[in-house]
Design a protein around this ligand. Structure first.
Ligand code: AMP
Length: 305
């Protein structure tokens, strides 16, 4: 099976209580693709400007990410500047420069049009729909978004939600999207708008997955060193969709297992700035941490209840 992602490829400037990075590689599609590359081949759809460093392209190619759908346009690459406080759970956006994203018209190369799995990463919901229109009968479509689009393009975003099977967003976005403070009620409202499954990312508190019948919870891995949460959500989505694509099991059990692999990839990503930790990971480290997640949550064998 093959996996397609559309999203941003960005140059990020990030400040956390532990340090600062300027114009480093970032973007929703970047984190997603690199995390997913440990599980499957990824077709990337995105845009960069002429200022985008060649070394970043070399790095993405080294992960065997298909860049046939990455356009280079005259102008500057999308830039995002954000800051985190000690709590680290929520990014405060200081600046968003859309730059070449404003004139981006995604055109899928023929080899992308038969992708089985599609992830509509965080980007303008109009672009998410343009990409989806060009894919012939995908088996599964998931999407992400953020407050920038919930506030700026609400109606277009609602349209995207009607077209997808799974929505993956963070808790603040779920509350804002549903207009409801209680997460369980917010989940019900979002599920009534189209998607069959909703995954709510809660930073260091892990994730909750809702469908019509069940709720599944996975913790975040308790780490001693968390440096930069940027891209945690996209790395989660990359591990999640990557595993689903690799295994092809779209049952509830398969999706639950993918949630844990997503949590594994997010836990690695936050250990350093930009994609520094994801760069040199090995599949063995990923599988070891997956098993540690199992030990972390294991209690079903305990007697006495
Ligand atoms: P997250 O996984 O939510 O931490 O995503 C972080 C990435 O999202 C950063 O690398 C940013 O470049 C990117 N980003 C920030 N704002 C936007 C936006 N409005 N649309 C798309 N991508 C964004």
């Amino acid at each position: 099976m093959s996996l397609l992602v559309v999203g941003t490829v960005a140059l990020d400037s990030v400040k956390t209580p532990f340090g600062e990075a300027r114009d480093v590689l970032g973007g929703s599609a970047t984190y997603f693709s690199v995390a997913a590359s440990y599980f499957t081949n990824v077709h990337l759809v995105a845009v960069v400007g002429r200022d985008f460093p060649e070394e970043h392209l070399r790095f993405l190619r080294s992960k065997e990410i298909d860049l046939a759908g990455l356009q280079t346009l005259d102008g500057k690459t999308f830039r995002w500047r954000g800051e985190y406080g000690f709590q680290l759970n929520e990014a405060h956006t200081l600046e968003t420069q859309l730059n070449v994203l404003q004139s981006f018209k995604p055109v899928l190369p023929p080899s992308y049009q038969t992708s089985d799995m599609v992830f509509l990463g965080n980007i303008d919901p109009v672009l998410q729909q343009e990409v989806l229109r060009q894919v012939k009968r995908p088996r599964l479509v998931a999407c992400d978004t953020m407050n920038f689009w919930i506030e700026g393009k609400r109606d277009d975003l609602k349209q995207t939600l009607k077209l997808v099977d799974i929505v993956i967003i963070n808790d603040g976005e779920a509350r804002e999207l549903a207009g409801e403070a209680n997460l369980v009620k917010a989940a019900k409202t979002i599920l009534s708008n189209g998607p069959k499954t909703l995954i709510i990312k809660r930073g260091e508190y892990g994730v909750l997955m809702f469908n019509e019948k069940t709720v599944f919870a996975a913790p975040a891995y308790p780490l001693e060193a968390v440096f930069d949460p940027t891209g945690a959500g996209d790395s989660f989505a990359g591990g999640f969709m990557g595993h689903l694509t690799q295994r092809g099991d779209l049952s509830e059990a398969g999706i639950r297992q993918a949630v844990v692999f997503g949590s594994v990839m997010a836990s690695f990503n936050v250990e350093s700035f930009s994609l520094d930790r994801l760069r040199g990971l090995t599949r063995r480290e990923i599988d070891d941490r997956y098993r540690e997640f199992g030990r972390l949550t294991s209690f079903e064998h305990l007697q006495g209840v």
